[in-house]
Design a protein around this ligand. Structure first.
Ligand SMILES: NC(=O)c1ccc[n+]([C@@H]2O[C@H](COP(=O)([O-])OP(=O)(O)OC[C@H]3O[C@@H](n4cnc5c(N)ncnc54)[C@H](O)[C@@H]3O)[C@@H](O)[C@H]2O)c1
Ligand SMILES: O=P(O)(O)OC[C@H]1O[C@H](O[C@H]2[C@H](O)[C@@H](O)[C@@H](O)O[C@@H]2CO)[C@H](O)[C@@H](O)[C@@H]1O
Ligand SMILES: [Mn+2]
Length: 449
């Protein structure tokens, strides 16, 4: 098996140490020659890189080299595969995305509703620049992007790089949900075969089979409605916010029993409930800053200071393992099936071709080959089309620098609905995102003429 050169963009991410552990765990699926970190923030990256160096030296002795850089040429010139995990504006701006809508009585969430729009409008420009940079130095590398909001980023990248067949957007949420399914069914996650359709953070499992073809859907639904549903992946199993989120699956299944929902549907199906549960002074971003970020930085410092991982609890989670197995299937033409974000082109036959949908696809060296989903029912189609129009309007708004398109997007979104509220939120978000968003044109002149 050819050993690959991997670049992690956003080396300073809170997910990087977990990814390193997953690379070690999964080395027989994706053997590596070298690992390079690239980040625009040298200091943030260096803190993580110092720990990564120790972990890799101890647990991946066969790795040829590891380095961290802020130089694009140095980072990308020999890359076979690039994982992209950047956050424009950092967790501080995530907190604004969550607080501002909440102040208007609307869901404050990183990837859903107005918060998702704000984050998307910050991410698009940086992502386009980054893909151009990677392609300049590494025209044939596989690029796996999981930068959020993945739905909006994927739509922008589809428009910007229509012919790039080695650029794939992915999300770990369906896999994290499947870890819980596997636990309930007494199986291994990799033994489960899902049928799934939707948009990113907006989808449904229609069936779960095992590899022998036995349908496990009814057994699973029954288990969830009888015993409830909990996160089981090590990263989130003990996190109260994720425990509450997973508990909502039982409620969604009771209200809409046809399919097993992605956890993110809670924000669209129960927006009022979600607002009532949130506190503007302790949104998810604040919890992550005080929780995951502190924990990761603490353990990175400990490893670097001791020059050893001894006594440090390092865990493998589904996030890294999923990205790695997806990459391996593309690099080695394993032709395994994973749920990914890809252009619809008929996979869901009653959804427009140019939608970026989330569906199972066979991952080959010639790219993802989406499996046919066929027609979807009216309820899910209606929900999806509203959300898809929101996502497309956000991307239109970015390209056209159009206030009006963003106002339309927010008014359409199920978490907002009311036009005056949409306008008030938009105005606050514009102020908070000065320097990150394009300067918007307001079209007032046309009305006055
Ligand atoms: N799609 C998924 O399912 C999924 C799962 C987990 C995380 N994520 C995403 O991964 C990203 C990282 O999340 P995090 O919480 O660890 O954030 P973080 O802020 O801790 O890490 C992001 C890193 O990217 C760097 N960065 C920012 N802009 C950059 C640029 N233009 N070029 C290079 N580096 C840049 C930052 O300096 C930082 O070190 C986010 O977009 C998050 O939403 C997605
Ligand atoms: O609120 P956060 O920062 O804890 O999570 C936001 C991300 O949530 C999902 O990712 C989960 C993932 O599903 C799970 O396996 C584990 O790795 O934790 C992640 C988050 O902690 C979602 O898919 C991502 O898009 C979000 O960024
Ligand atoms: Mn996701």
């Amino acid at each position: 098996m050819k050993k690959q050169n991997l670049v992690i963009v956003g080396g300073g991410s809170t997910y990087t140490i977990g990814m390193i552990m997953s690379l070690i765990e999964e080395k027989r699926h994706l053997p590596l020659n070298n690992v390079v970190f690239y980040d625009t923030n040298e200091e943030r990256q260096s803190q993580i890189a110092q720990a990564a160096e120790v972990i890799l030296r101890e647990k991946y002795p066969e790795l040829n080299s590891f380095r961290a850089t802020t130089n694009k040429e140095d980072a990308f010139k020999d890359a076979d595969v690039v994982f992209v995990q950047i956050r424009t504006g950092g967790l501080a701006m995530r907190e604004q995305d969550e607080k501002i809508p909440l102040k208007h009585g609307v869901v404050g969430q990183e990837t859903c509703g107005p918060g998702g729009m704000a984050y998307g409008l910050r991410s698009i420009g940086d992502m386009i620049t980054l893909i151009n940079d990677i392609r300049y130095y590494a025209p044939d590398a596989w690029i796996l992007n999981y930068t959020n909001p993945a739905a909006i980023v994927a739509e922008a990248l589809r428009r910007e790089f229509p012919d790039d067949k080695r650029l794939l957007n992915i999300c770990d949420m369906p896999a994290a949900i499947m870890v819980s399914y596997a636990k309930m069914l007494n199986r291994e996650i990799w033994d489960l075969v899902p049928e799934y359709f939707g948009l990113n953070h907006f989808g449904w499992f229609t069936n779960i089979f095992d590899k022998e073809g036995n349908k496990l859907t009814d057994e699973l639904k029954q288990a969830i409605t009888q015993k409830g549903f909990l996160p089981e992946d090590s990263e989130i199993a003990n996190d109260p916010s994720w425990i509450n989120t997973f508990k909502q699956v039982e409620k969604m299944l009771n209200d809409f029993p046809d399919y097993l929902p992605n956890t993110y549907l809670q924000y669209y199906l129960y927006p009022e409930d979600m607002v009532n549960k949130e506190s503007v002074d302790n949104t998810r971003a604040r919890q992550v800053i005080n929780g995951r970020e502190k924990r990761v930085h603490g353990l990175a410092d400990q490893i670097a200071a001791n020059n050893s991982t001894e006594g440090v609890e390092l865990e493998v989670d589904i996030h890294g393992c999923y990205m790695i197995r997806v990459a391996a299937s593309l690099l080695y033409n394993n032709r395994e099936t994973f749920i990914v974000i890809t252009e619809n082109n008929g996979a869901i036959s009653n959804i427009q071709d140019d939608a970026m949908v989330e569906v199972p696809a066979v991952l080959t060296s010639d790219g993802p080959k989406p499996l046919a989903v066929g027609q979807i029912p009216t309820f899910e189609k209606g929900l999806m089309e509203g959300q898809l129009a929101f996502e497309k309007l956000v991307v239109d708004g970015w390209y056209e620098k159009s206030y009006q398109k963003l106002l339309q997007a927010l008014t359409l979104n199920r978490t907002v609905v009311d036009a005056p509220k949409a306008r008030a939120i938009l105005d606050d978000l514009i102020e908070a995102n000065a320097g990150y968003w394009p300067e918007l044109k307001r079209q007032v002149a046309a009305l006055q003429a």
